[in-house]
Design a protein around this ligand. Sequence first.
Ligand SMILES: Nc1ncnc2c1ncn2[C@@H]1O[C@H](COP(=O)(O)OP(=O)(O)OP(=O)(O)O)[C@@H](O)[C@H]1O
Length: 930
Amino acid sequence: MSDLEEEEDGAESVVSGCQSMKSDRSRDYPHNFSKEPGPSDTKKRERSDVCEEDQPSCCALCQDVLKDPVSTSCGHWFCRQCITSYWDQSASSGDSCCPQCGERSRTMYVVKYKQKISVKGTYERVTEGADQTGSGSLLNRIFTALYITDELSEEVNTQHEVRQLETASKMKTLHDSPIKCSNIFKALPDQQKQIRVVMMISVAGVGKTFSVQKFCLDWAEGLENQDVDLVIPLSFRELNLIRDEQYSLLELLRVFHPTLQEVTAEQLAGSKVLFIFDGLDESRLYLDFNKRKVVSDVTQKSSVNVLLTNLIQGKLLPLALIWITSRPAAANQIPPACVDRVTEVRGFTDDQKEEYFRKRVSDEELSSRIISHMETSRSLHIMCLIPVFCWITATVLDHMLTTDQRGELPKTLTDMYSHFLLVQTKRKKQKYAEGHETSPQELTEADREVLLKLGRLAFEQLQKGNIMFYQEDLERCGLDVTEASMYSGVCSEIFKRESVIFQKTVYCFVHLSVQEFLAAVYMFHCYTNRNSEVLKDFLGEDFLGPDIKHRDSNPKTFLKKISKYFVKKDDILPIQDYPSLDVFLKRAMKKSLRSKNGHLDLFVRFLHGLSLESNQRLLGGLLGQTDNSPEIIQSAINNLKKMKKTNISTDRSINIFHCLTEMNDHSVHQEIQEFLKSDNKSKKRLSVIHCSALAYMQQMSEEVLDKLYLKNYNTSREGRLRLIPVVRNCRKALEVQILGSCGLSEISCASLASALTSNPSHLRELDMWGNRNLNDSGVKLLCAGLGSPNCKLETLRLESCGLSDISCASLASALKYNPSHLRALDLGDNEKLKDSGVKLLCGFLESPNCRLETLILYNCGLSEISCAPLASALNSNPSHLRELDLRGNNLKESDVKQLCDLKESPDWRLETLQWRCPDDPERLKQQQHL
Ligand SMILES: Nc1ncnc2c1ncn2[C@@H]1O[C@H](COP(=O)(O)OP(=O)(O)OP(=O)(O)O)[C@@H](O)[C@H]1O
């Protein structure tokens, strides 16, 4: 354990005597040095005494002169090297006895030492995917550095994660502040406050758990963060299993980390401990931060969720560091006020992708072929941002390129996942020596059966939004545990530990995308096998489709017709009424677009990919037979191109374009490439799918836009809405973005808000004039962006947007948090705003950081009541308002005069006050100081 020799601070203070007392950190985190626990200052004195008086000159082990002396809690002295190797050798017995007197040592040094051995043992090797039976790989050999940023790139949202990848893949063009994982608790040079709670966020499979493991291993090997005395990793998966039992924190630690059996309450309180809670998204605990119950003693029993909230809030072990990892959707369970730093794991940059494959595949030529194939396919290259997808790609391509398989290498996601399934099946056959070496195309009947059961499990749980399942769930789908574990490459047993509380085994797919793929396979199979019960369940009333629902105007015959869907015993529809493949795909697409969080987006992408002959051939019989003639496929492609659906998130509509890619249709992509090269862009009429493709391609483009005038695009209203995601790629600062009169709805506002929150946000001017459907709810969504510290918006035009005082409340509270950038606010022609709205708005105007110079409130239904709050805002310290437009309101000259007469402070800066109707030639201009 050479690592222990390099220890400073904590261990050193235990082992090397007086000099450790000088360490800065030991001032912050007093140690407990001696045999009996007690207040740290007494102990320090005790140890100093030993230091000076009792330290012998020889090591009790080597009998030589003491080198780098270490004392055990019983007071015997050894060379650090000697005692370390002694304990290393006896580590298997689990005891750290003093070699001289046999007494069990209870110093923090021993606790730390044992914890390091245990952590190293746990994390040195990793089993990827679900190679549970193998010994796994050395983490240090395969670990590739990840790109981690010090802040979130987008607001933490609850939308589907795969969609966020595409924009994230442009990471190298952004000006983020990358951070090394080992530094996440270190404050930046200009930061004063101590970083105590860190939240690390990323989408599935990007490497949160791997990062935790590497952090722990580096600590255990003495390479990083040696100022931390104890690193205590705990996963929410494990914590879930505790359910309702009451534990004290000390007991809880002992349950999960038997090596901490001997740690005392005082030692814990006096040490620098880092708790790592991995996978908040998997938590089934209810973390209620409003609950008043305070637990400040590590021996006090309580429920796990109460212990956790107290730890996070710093009421329990206030010196402890806390690291929580989570997928984005679950991160908001922790109030932002409790978190000192939010980091985001973005995955691999292009260079890191390459490094990954080079590390993974030792044959240089092979790794080069894999890399160049990945680079030729746009969708694969993007997906390789996610490490787990690199793993899938490496597994598939390595296999295909080394087993002399003919045929094209997979280019689309559906292709890649189909091959992945075959490779895993083949591996299983080899492992369990089933029959002869078969070609991967040959799925046996038994394989098909198990894969379909897994598909059913995947689909049913996907619909419920579950990513983890128990044995009962498997059994409900007809799977027994042995079957599932034989497919361990696909469905892994992810948790099995022998302990009283760990009786329950938890299963999940190696990655959410694998679950989505298997779910699509199952659904496709149900479609081809006319399993109308499942289809009906999935598509609901869409199953019948508008063509069947409305075909008959006579209610009697219509009822008779639909009755057969519900009463047929074998649940097989008559051929003439069963939807053709193109119709089925269209209905599935619509269903996915209706889902609020996009949990079916990738599923429906796979469903489209599976309809191709090439993939059906590959999966040999798993999908079943259906009419996928070129005409039907063309019709499905046309449906995608024509698909219109207002009221869906503008980001989500890009998924329609991805489905085209999965169907190998590149026509839209090519057309947009030509459009981008053409000179007269406003002449070309763009269809909705063109707009989705354009939005996607602009988002991905290295070239950043200066402005986006939605009205300049020759397209429909829906087309314009689909272009909104481009806002995020307007990265050159200071230029104007105009979004006017495009029928923006609430949903588009969420997209705009995310552009305002992105870091860095370059949106400076936002003009939403004339979007009458925007309403207060739209402004409320927009305000999520306005309040963000990243938002640098200077001009906001919300004229004629149907707003009331509710919007003023949202604006005032958002802008209060981030008031310093906005210079002009146009709320004109919102008649429902009224005096109550102005009163609310003045709360923001009076905020000391408010820099607003122009405020437009014409035609807002105001009366003289508004004059008083406005006057108070104009007198506030310091007011920056130079221009106020109050035309078209119910104001008399005397009211305005009164407003100006209220001028009482030198902070009054108003230069222009307009209050008469626009057509009134006689305008009153009141110069300040007049
Ligand atoms: N830094 C890395 N180097 C090499 N491979 C990695 C790295 N990070 C992740 N991987 C690969 O990706 C897989 C998934 O990573 P990990 O389990 O850490 O993701 P995660 O973000 O915790 O996902 P989830 O949210 O699903 O728990 C790993 O099993 C490994 O194959």
